[in-house]
Design a protein around this ligand. Structure first.
Ligand code: IPE
Ligand code: IPE
Ligand code: MG
Length: 250
């Protein structure tokens, strides 16, 4: 039994503040380039902005914040940049997890963990365990994550669990095996850095998410910039297939 309803099977409740925000934090490299700095300098500042974004979500009452930190395709980057990103991730985990825990934040990592080195895997598992009973914001970091990978791994797991059902699967069979089974579907998707694409992020879950694209580069995505995204969300009419008239007269 899925805990959360599916936006394609039933109409979700929507509130003023998005319950779940998913962000593609893009533009670190260009931010650095504009300042004649190496790309990795942008990633470093990016981590500070992550901290501020988490704080802001806690203060306005967002329940789930999901951040795309490293895609399945980011392994295609120069090896020095990949290893810098891995060590930055490790460093941030070590430095921040205690603070997250103190602030009642539940930390979860989604993605194919099999390609991380042992030290990083151990650190991730420890952080997840330490914060697993926290009841405040659920912070999900998507690392070595790809939406297609997710759907495929869920399909394989679903089939394994229900060998007799072949050919008769429905959404309710699949969703418990998707990486984000513990969260409602995102209400608001934000991509910084100007590109207008999903880049293999939460393909299944974004079915009815409100999309927001901004040219602001991730290292410049401060609280006022975040508030603009939320204000844009608050002006949307979320119809989920219905007409405006139906929304006005339920
Ligand atoms: C996003 O910033 C961070 C990661 C993908 C890890 P980029 O590194 O993609 O920055 P741009 O897009 O090159 O500016
Ligand atoms: C998407 O950013 C992934 C992350 C932010 C982690 P990219 O900068 O890698 O996206 P593309 O490849 O340009 O679409
Ligand atoms: Mg990019």
């Amino acid at each position: 039994m899925a805990i959360f309803s599916s936006s394609t099977n039933s109409i979700p409740q929507v509130g003023e503040v998005p319950r779940h925000i998913a962000i593609i934090m893009d533009g670190n490299g260009r931010w650095a380039k504009k300042r004649f700095l190496p790309r990795v300098a942008g990633h470093k500042v990016g981590v500070e902005v992550v901290r501020e974004a988490i704080k802001h979500c806690v203060s306005i009452g967002v329940e789930y914040l999901t951040l795309f930190a490293f895609s399945s395709e980011n392994w295609r980057r120069p090896p020095e940049e990949v290893s810098f990103l891995m060590s930055l991730f490790m460093e941030a985990l070590k430095k921040e997890v205690r603070k997250l825990h103190k602030n009642n934040v539940r930390f979860i990592m989604i993605g194919d963990k099999s390609q991380f080195n042992e030290a990083l895997s151990t650190e991730i598992a420890a952080a997840e365990l330490l914060t697993s009973s926290n009841t405040g914001l659920t912070l999900t970091i998507a690392a070595n994550y790809g939406g297609r990978w997710d759907i495929l791994q869920a399909t394989n797991a679903m089939q394994k669990a229900n060998p007799g059902l072949s050919g008769n699967f429905n959404e309710a069979h699949l969703t418990p095996y998707l990486s984000m089974h513990y969260a409602p579907e995102p209400d608001l998707f934000i991509r910084t850095g100007g590109e207008k694409r999903i880049s293999n992020f939460l393909l299944w879950q974004l079915a009815y998410t409100e999309l927001y694209f901004t040219d602001t580069l991730w290292p410049d995505f401060d609280q006022p910039a975040f508030d603009l995204a939320i204000q844009s969300y608050q002006k949307r009419e979320r119809r989920f297939g219905r007409t405006s008239e139906q929304l006005a007269n339920p």
